[in-house]
Design a protein around this ligand. Structure first.
Ligand code: NAD
Ligand code: ZN
Ligand code: ZN
Length: 344
């Protein structure tokens, strides 16, 4: 089968032919219907060999959807041909976090060598993929896999981040979204459907800001050194009750903390290498700074239900498997508006 692999540190991903996998006991083989392309892959592919937490070659893709192609020994509860989405942050299934469905915060994954598909285990940008356990699948039903597959990360990650801050997003409050790409343009929609907050979107690209307005941002601000002042001006000097940074680079983290209101949440989702300076006087009184990772199994079900109600729509650009390296190139160059989805 064809697969898109990261093979050599620092090199671009390649389309290769690999043996079609067989599901082992307890596993599920999916025929991939759609796979999303995330900026985290680009970050990982920029890391030096000694920082890579997995071996190469690696089949990429941690946003996956497919139809059930074969069941390993002992697997029940799934029908061949059933359309499913893959919950990516695989955990051990048994620790205190996993028992709550929060496999993204599994306490034993590292010790047991459990890695998400596309970030250690063979990923979704291939004709077929192995899912290690049926509990990591959510039925899609009538949902279009192409439009829904980004919800497994670009939807789930902002959903998890936003849900925690909902008590602060009361009527009259403001939420700031920094970086309205794959995750950010879904975040804007989630904020609009889940809260009465006014949403201010920041990006460096006018095209991305246009998408942000189209999906519901009330205000857009160009992300530069003055952005925090403009957010303060738009909020009568108060700042935002919740700030979500989907870039996470030094300048955006600085903007995020600078526009945070008293008792606000500052949530750094992007892995751009920036970090916040938190101490008395460096942020507004009682502001909380968090750096969450992905989301829980229950939250993925909730996000997909939200999509089913029509409340969230991912802006998707599709590519063939052969063109997946081009999708990565375009994402790296900031040219993808919304999410790139590969159709194997
Ligand atoms: P993306 O490339 O689709 O979107 C990034 C957006 O940020 C683009 O619209 C870009 O124009 C904008 N941007 C770049 N520099 C900016 C700046 N200085 N100010 C404002 N906007 C700026 O990326 P994505 O796939 O949506 O991922 C976003 C980030 O989230 C990445 O860092 C990714 O690695 C990370 N991520 C984290 C998690 C997690 O669990 N914490 C999960 C998924 C992705
Ligand atoms: Zn991702
Ligand atoms: Zn666990």
């Amino acid at each position: 089968m064809k697969a898109v692999q990261y093979r050599t540190v620092g090199a671009a991903p390649e389309v290769v032919t690999v043996p079609r996998p067989e599901p082992g006991p307890g596993q599920v083989l999916l025929k991939v219907t759609a796979a999303g392309v995330c900026h985290s892959d680009i970050a990982v592919m920029s890391w030096p060999a000694e920082s890579l937490p997995f071996a190469l070659p690696l089949t990429l893709g941690h946003e996956g959807a497919g139809t059930v192609a074969a069941l390993g020994e002992g697997v029940g509860g799934l029908e061949p041909g059933e359309s499913v989405a893959v919950y990516g942050p695989w955990g051990c299934g048994g620790c205190l976090m996993c028992a709550q469905g929060k496999e993204n915060y599994c306490l034993r994954a590292e010790e047991l060598g459990i890695r998400p598909p596309g970030l250690g285990a063979p990923g979704a940008i291939a004709e077929y993929m192995i899912v290690d356990d049926p509990r990591h699948l959510v039925p899609l039903g009538d949902l279009d896999p192409v439009a829904s597959v980004p919800l497994t990360d670009a939807g789930l990650t902002p959903y998890h981040a936003i849900k925690t801050s909902l008590p602060k997003l009361v009527p009259g409050s403001t939420a700031v979204v920094i970086g309205t790409g794959g995750l950010g343009h879904v975040a804007v929609q989630l904020l609009r459907v889940l809260s009465p907050a006014r949403v201010i979107a920041l990006d460096v690209s006018e095209e991305k800001l246009e998408l942000a307005r189209a999906v519901g941002a009330h205000e857009t601000v160009l992300s530069d050194a003055d952005a925090a002042d403009r957010v303060r001006a738009l909020t009568d000097g108060v700042g935002a009750q919740a700030v979500f940074d989907f870039v996470g680079a030094a300048p955006t983290v600085a903007t995020a903390t600078a526009c945070a209101a008293v008792e606000s949440d500052v949530t750094i989702v992007g892995i751009g290498g920036g970090s916040a300076t938190v101490g008395f006087g460096t942020v507004a009184y009682d502001a909380a700074v968090r750096a969450p990772y992905w989301g829980s199994r229950a939250e993925l079900i909730e996000v997909l239900d939200l999509a089913r109600s029509g409340a969230v729509e991912v802006h998707v650009e599709t590519y063939s498997l052969d063109d997946a390296p081009l999708a990565y190139e375009r994402l790296h160059a900031g040219k993808i508006n919304g999410r790139a989805v590969i159709l194997p």
